[in-house]
Design a protein around this ligand. Structure first.
Ligand code: C2E
Ligand code: MG
Ligand code: MG
Ligand code: MG
Length: 286
């Protein structure tokens, strides 16, 4: 769509960028270059079990753009533009390949990383090749379908395009699990839960950040955990930053925790060191 009206992709995604990047270089060109020049990176954030052992449950791959002049650019600054410019399929393809290669690499190095989660945009599911691409990529890296979790948002489930449903069903049928990201922030969340085979709910970090200050947030979290439990879905609490948030979530039986308290997203080669430290922290807290 944005492609047809031409000028849209010549907008810039921040004032900084506007100043520094050459005026004639569109975001589209810059992003294509970023892929070609290896300026994109995945950082990985651990997800740990909420039962006190802090066992590594998996990692979430989060995209970063390491720009030579601007430094690290967060995905919120360029993913929406990539979606508008028709570049998101290429980006997601890169993320998928990179994350799968990295998981295989960690395992060859003897690190036991149970699975990797990655984020996909609603628009990605309109690509009729998506599910086949997922299957090909897993095969290429010798991974099993349950090594991969694909995080989607409610907007994906609400997209009326029949290709979207076809992809979701094909991905589920091959055994790749779907996770519903930012759960609780969309609308009519509950009415859509039964439409799709969702494996996991990611409780949005806005609820977690209000644990200490809001009884309503605590009640909503407890309710989401019950919903997950009764529907047989895993629940991940996102954005866990403090010990008191962790304690509340543990008391309520939240199975999986993710947040700065355990680790910020980090480059792949730091995971080994983090795992050693995490083992010590878990031993210390017992
Ligand atoms: P998300 O998938 O909900 O990811 C969680 C975000 O919260 C990440 O921001 C993460 O760095 C941040 N975070 C993690 N722990 C904490 C914490 O304890 N406190 C706080 N305040 N924040 C925490 P990030 O990496 O900037 O990503 C933002 C969003 O960009 C993601 O939200 C996701 O929607 C999107 N995104 C990231 N990578 C990709 C990608 O490869 N493809 C697509 N389509 N979207 C992506
Ligand atoms: Mg996510
Ligand atoms: Mg494709
Ligand atoms: Mg989220």
């Amino acid at each position: 769509r944005a492609k047809k009206d031409g000028g849209a992709c010549f907008r810039f995604f921040s004032a900084d960028m506007n100043r520094i990047v050459q005026e004639r270089v569109s975001l589209e060109t810059a992003l294509r270059e970023a892929i070609r020049l290896g300026q994109l990176q995945l950082h990985y954030q651990p997800q740990v079990s909420g039962n006190g052992t802090r066992d590594l449950h998996g990692v979430e791959a989060l995209l970063r753009w390491q720009h030579p002049e601007l430094g690290i650019i967060a995905p919120a600054q360029f993913i929406p533009m990539a979606e508008e410019c028709g570049l998101i399929d290429e980006l997601t393809g890169w993320v998928l390949g990179q994350a799968c290669a990295q998981l295989a690499h960690w395992r060859r190095d003897g690190l036991s990383v149970p699975r990797v989660s990655l984020n996909m945009s609603a628009i990605n599911f309109r690509d009729t090749d998506l599910s086949a691409q997922v299957a090909r990529t897993l095969r290429e890296h010798g991974l099993a379908p349950d090594d991969l979790i694909i995080e989607i948002t409610e907007s994906t489930m609400l997209d009326p395009d029949p290709d979207v449903l076809g992809n979701l069903e094909a991905i589920y049928a091959m055994g790749v699990r779907l996770s519903l990201d930012d759960f609780g922030t969309g609308y009519s969340s509950l009415s859509h839960l039964h439409r799709l085979p969702i494996y996991e709910l990611k409780l949005d970090q806005s609820f977690v950040s209000d644990i200490d200050s809001s009884a309503i947030a605590r009640t909503l979290i407890t309710s989401v955990l019950r919903i997950g439990e009764s529907l047989g879905m895993a629940v991940v609490a996102e954005g866990v930053e403090t010990g008191s948030q962790q304690r509340f979530l543990a008391e309520q039986g939240c199975p999986i925790l993710q947040g700065f308290l355990f680790s910020a997203p980090m480059p792949a080669d730091e995971l080994g060191r983090w795992l050693q430290g995490n083992d010590l922290a878990a031993a210390g807290s017992n």
